[in-house]
Design a binder for this molecule. Sequence first.
Ligand code: NAP
Length: 261
Amino acid sequence: MPDTEPTLPRRDLTHTPRKIIIFGATSGIAEATARIWAREGASLFLVARNSDRLAAVAADLKVRGAALVDTAVANLDNVEEHPVLCARAVEALNGLDVAYLAVGILGDQPTAEQDTNHALQILHTNYTVPVSLLTWLANFMVKQGHGTLAVLSSVAGERGRKSNYVYGSSKAGLTAFLGGLRNRVDREGVHVLTVKPGPVKTSMTAGMKGSEKFADPDKVAAEIAKAVDKRTDTLYTPVIWAPIMAIIRAVPERIFKGLNL
Ligand SMILES: NC(=O)c1ccc[n+]([C@@H]2O[C@H](COP(=O)([O-])OP(=O)(O)OC[C@H]3O[C@@H](n4cnc5c(N)ncnc54)[C@H](OP(=O)(O)O)[C@@H]3O)[C@@H](O)[C@H]2O)c1
């Protein structure tokens, strides 16, 4: 007889209708991902601050096949409301398999260079808000022994550039937080997916120079849904951004600081 306890197999949720909370559910990338999960018959709890947009997204997801769609209107900047909001979502779904965080703002880099409040607002929404949500969600998932935390960070967090370093630093912090969280909860059966999209065609990038060449949100969403199923740690999407960022990270700082990026 072996003297070790048998290890329980991890729950395979790949083909089971899942219970999913989406924070920032009116995001272009999140909406495209939710459409995939709705087609699979998932139960969805959607959180966003624009009630009209949220109602439209919820109605669309119901038509596409979601088993259940519930919603909460919330300004997620109000971090003190997060515990009640998360508990309400878990109760409505009668459980939780995946939490997907898409909340974020690009902000305005020139304004952030002059106005500290604007710089701090970018850091708050993109870093403090996810940290607050993820702390509650990770503890809940550790307790139940399974779950996936899928979070939209960005390639912008890999290296500070003058054109968007305040936004980039918020995503760098988020990526580091996710790495540490994964290191803590992986052994507890909880999966942490860090998503690093390159530029994607959504309302965040509308009107930017070259935006017509940005990635399609449906393509990015398909890669994210697959990464959730495969329990990937870090996803560059579209995948071309993995080698691009490897090159960008390798440029020596004495050269990088002189580039017009
Ligand atoms: N698009 C890109 O090129 C790109 C690239 C890399 C990473 N990302 C990241 O991907 C995520 C999704 O972005 P997206 O491209 O889909 O852009 P988006 O459509 O502008 O989505 C951002 C979402 O965050 C929500 N949000 C912002 N502040 C909020 C708050 N205080 N409370 C509640 N909701 C709030 C927005 O709601 P409102 O509509 O009410 O403002 C919106 O639904 C973001 O974290 C972004 O940083 C995007």
